[in-house]
Design a protein around this ligand. Structure first.
Ligand SMILES: Cc1cc2nc3c(=O)[nH]c(=O)nc-3n(C[C@H](O)[C@H](O)[C@H](O)COP(=O)(O)OP(=O)(O)OC[C@H]3O[C@@H](n4cnc5c(N)ncnc54)[C@H](O)[C@@H]3O)c2cc1C
Length: 344
């Protein structure tokens, strides 16, 4: 029997982690990544890479988040941590303490009176302190790619215009196209939630601070110290597809964050970035059985719509996607033995 040919669309944090897990757990498959954008230019590359469920929803979020948290903790504790920018990060979430992932992070506790007094302009009367993990995707994604290629994975720079276009090349396709999945799948529930950030150098800032409820809708304040830079944000602008930096947003971000954390004021400016979170009411992680115009059955496993939590969810989603891929191969093998002996 020839090896199963699996095509993965997308080389962001979702596509790479999914492709790597497929190649590692189905060694006799031929796995090919196709993408038109690679690291260091994917959405995740510029994100802060903070583990925290944010701008996302759905039944499996906590389970995927937990699996990914454990994976990132393992990386942050490993000798690889420096090479891939994995680190523990402790800090303050200002506002309500009743978040439903409090037992996943480490050492979650309410802030003390003295800690709340550190943020007099925030207007909050409660908050929480905990330790989470961060990963610098511009270091992590090349490492995932390296491992993928080492295991025999193939990579092509290619824009895929439709599933039909690649149906004859693959037995099975995994769709990790992020926001662009909207066009590939005609999925109107997938939409952009724009985020703008300023990246600065401020090695004296060691704790993260997040305040997301006190401002006009669409505006938040967060300061997230990562392996390469501090990410200062931000905006949550639903339905805004603009990827250029907005000067008014930039001034607003800087004003909110320096008021919240005056020690940021003399940070060294690096660059601004605006990106689009691929938001969907629920992450789409499921099998769709497509039939092409020529009558070929093409199983497509979708893994997109991770909103503001692609890094937070990626490993858990990748493992579930692999389980679906395995089931699908099994199912089609059985089918092919009875009806289509040449396929799979
Ligand atoms: C300002 C901001 C801050 C963020 N901070 C965090 C954070 O701290 N923590 C967190 O967990 N998440 C964060 N996120 C969210 C996170 O960045 C995203 O959820 C995640 O990067 C989405 O990954 P993805 O792989 O699905 O999409 P992308 O990174 O956008 O990758 C999509 C891939 O699909 C390919 N592709 C698309 N269409 C086609 C096609 N037709 N043919 C071929 N290839 C195609 C692209 O080339 C690309 O390789 C943030 C997002 C923003 C905007």
């Amino acid at each position: 029997m020839s090896s199963t040919k699996i095509g993965v669309i997308g080389a962001g944090v979702i596509g790479l982690s999914t492709a790597l897990n497929i190649v590692e757990s189905i060694p006799d498959a031929e796995v090919t990544i196709m993408a038109n954008i690679f690291s260091p230019n994917t959405t995740g590359d510029y994100s802060a890479g903070l583990w925290e469920p944010f701008v996302t929803s759905g039944a499996n979020i906590l389970r995927w988040s937990k699996v990914t948290f454990d994976h990132l903790v393992e990386l942050a504790q490993s000798p690889l941590a420096g090479r891939i920018g994995a680190q523990f990060c402790s800090g303050y979430q200002l506002g309500e303490c009743n978040i439903n992932w409090s037992d996943i992070v480490l050492g979650f506790r309410p802030m003390t009176k003295e800690e709340l007094a550190l943020f007099p302009t925030s207007g909050v009367t409660m908050g929480s302190f905990f330790t989470t993990v961060m990963i610098e995707c511009s270091m992590y994604l090349p490492w995932l790619m390296h491992r993928f290629k080492e295991k025999g994975g193939l990579v092509f720079h290619r824009r895929v215009n439709s599933f039909e276009e690649i149906a004859d090349e693959f037995d099975l396709v995994v769709n990790c196209a992020g926001l662009a999945a909207r066009d590939l799948t005609n999925d109107n529930t997938l939409k952009a939630i724009r985020g703008q950030v300023v990246k600065v150098l401020a090695p004296w800032i060691k704790h993260f601070v997040v305040l997301d409820h006190q401002y006009d809708p669409g505006h938040v304040a967060y300061v997230l110290p990562g392996a390469k830079a501090v990410t200062v944000g931000g905006t949550i602008q639903e339905g805004n597809w603009e990827e250029t930096v907005d000067e008014k947003d930039k001034l607003g971000i800087w004003k909110r964050c320096t008021e919240l954390l005056p020690s940021l004021t003399e940070a060294k400016y690096l660059y601004d970035w605006a990106g689009l979170r691929p938001f969907r009411p629920e992450v789409r992680l499921e099998l769709e059985e497509l039939k092409t115009a020529k009558g070929k059955q093409l199983p497509v496993i979708h893994n997109y719509g991770h909103g503001g939590s692609g890094v937070t969810l990626h490993w858990g989603c990748a493992l579930d996607a692999v389980a679906i891929v395995k089931d699908t191969i099994q199912k089609y093998c059985t089918k092919s033995r009875s009806t289509h002996p040449s396929k799979l």
